[in-house]
Design a binder for this molecule. Structure first.
Ligand SMILES: Cc1ncc(COP(=O)(O)O)c(C=O)c1O
Length: 407
């Protein structure tokens, strides 16, 4: 599938390119108004050969912006995809009316097959789960029960450390470095022999930071000689940094490594709970008995369609980069410290307790992220549509003071 750059194309441009407008002007003046609806150009298809079209995406964007505005407050708290599922995914769900009633429907094994092929691994390297949060719990169950020990950066996505603590595991938390990224040297020092499981999240949540791929690869590879290492790549699809690579090659090289990925983010399927673990077959076999829930058939069908809809992923990624740049410009204008985000959220120091920023943002119609101690004055704001981010950027200086006067 060829990927194309996302240049918003107006309906007029589309009409012109499709030959429905002669000389750039619609020749409707002489027509009776009664005839006009019949002569309106047919809506362009939203999906062609499994790929969301630009026209389909723009129509979706208009629809979601109106719906999110009407629903209010606009959700910018949980790193969700504002566009939701791809039109191709919607079609896939519409086509499976009876499968939802079955146990053992083909949807999940078929998704596993498609995913394994895309990742370039045999099928027995893949476990399809009910969201990638489920991978984190399953791995904690498999490796950290009965007095297990976990090594993790902090703060990070809390799913695994929290669950491991609930299981009675000892969790070693290693503070982030000065750039709020993983401090791999400090983690290496804390990686004692008794650690069963090492967790890293790249890019990290809540900071959005990316760890240098070569350094992370060396760290993971070394660490995996002592313990199993789980690399959470939930935000993999938003990364545009040319130096970034996934750690999946370590799995392919047979190392003691598990990768988790999700359909919740760029695929916009958070509510349909679909995630993936990729690891050596013996590791997958160890995880299998710890599985507690069943991925649903709607999520599996939608994810299968969306994984193949690269046009939709590209458009979501481009729009995300656009919205993120708007936010970064706004925060920079205030002179506030901000991490370098490679995700669908930004993280910056507001100079005041984030609860106050949250409350003020709510009055402006935006729901933003909670506090992530010890960064209690830092706000995490998820990226919505570019138009939404323009409105957040306009509201921000009314709430957050410039760094020079506001510290
Ligand atoms: C880093 C990270 N991992 C995992 C998850 C869990 O996502 P899901 O269970 O929807 O796949 C999230 C959710 O925000 C996340 O930020």
């Amino acid at each position: 599938m060829t990927t194309r750059a996302f240049n918003p194309l107006s309906r007029r441009q589309w009409l012109k390119s499709s030959g429905l407008v002669a000389g750039g002007a619609i020749a409707t003046q002489s027509l009776s108004p009664a005839l006009l609806p019949a002569l309106e150009a047919p809506a362009a298809p939203a999906v062609v050969n499994g790929q969301t079209t630009l026209e389909g995406f723009l129509a979706l964007e208009r629809e979601v912006e109106a719906m999110r505005r009407a629903d209010g407050p606009i959700r910018l708290a949980s790193n969700e995809n504002p566009y939701g599922m791809a039109p191709s995914a919607k079609q896939a769900i519409n086509d499976m009316w009876k499968e939802h009633a079955w146990y053992g429907a083909a949807a999940v094994p078929e998704l596993r097959k498609i995913y394994a092929k895309q990742m370039g691994v045999p099928e027995d390297y893949v476990l399809v789960t009910a969201g990638s949060g489920d991978v984190l719990s399953i791995v904690a169950l498999a490796y950290a029960m009965q007095g297990g020990e976990v090594l993790t950066p902090w703060p990070t996505y809390e799913g695994l450390p929290r669950y491991a603590e609930a299981l009675g595991a000892r969790v070693h938390k290693v503070a982030l470095d000065g750039d709020l990224a993983h401090d791999l040297e400090a983690m290496e020092r804390r990686h004692v022999q008794s650690v069963d499981l090492v967790f890293v999240c790249n890019p990290n949540n809540p900071t959005g930071t990316l760890t240098d791929s070569a350094k992370l690869r060396a760290f993971v590879s070394n660490a995996s000689r002592k313990s199993v290492v789980l690399v959470d790549e939930a935000y993999h699809d938003f990364v545009t940094d040319p130096g970034y690579t996934s750690m999946i090659d370590l799995v392919k090289a047979g190392e003691n490594v598990i990768i988790s990925r999700t359909a919740s983010k760029i695929h916009g399927l958070a509510g349909l709970r679909t995630g993936f673990a990729i690891a050596r077959p013996d590791i997958i076999a160890r995880l299998q008995p710890c599985v507690t829930s069943f991925p649903g058939v709607f999520g599996a069908r939608a994810a299968a369609a969306s994984l193949q809809d690269t046009a939709y992923q590209n458009m979501c990624r481009d729009r995300n980069s656009e919205g993120r740049a708007i936010m970064q410009t706004a925060v920079k204008a205030l002179g506030r410290r901000m991490t370098s985000s490679h995700t669908n959220f930004v993280f910056f120091d507001t100079g005041m307790p984030v609860e106050k920023v949250q409350a003020a943002m709510l009055t402006k119609g935006f729901l933003i992220g909670r506090a992530f101690p010890p960064y209690s004055t830092w706000a995490r704001i998820s990226i919505g549509t570019p138009d939404e981010m323009k409105r957040v950027a306009a509201a921000l200086p009314e709430i957050v003071k410039p760094a020079t006067t506001g510290q």
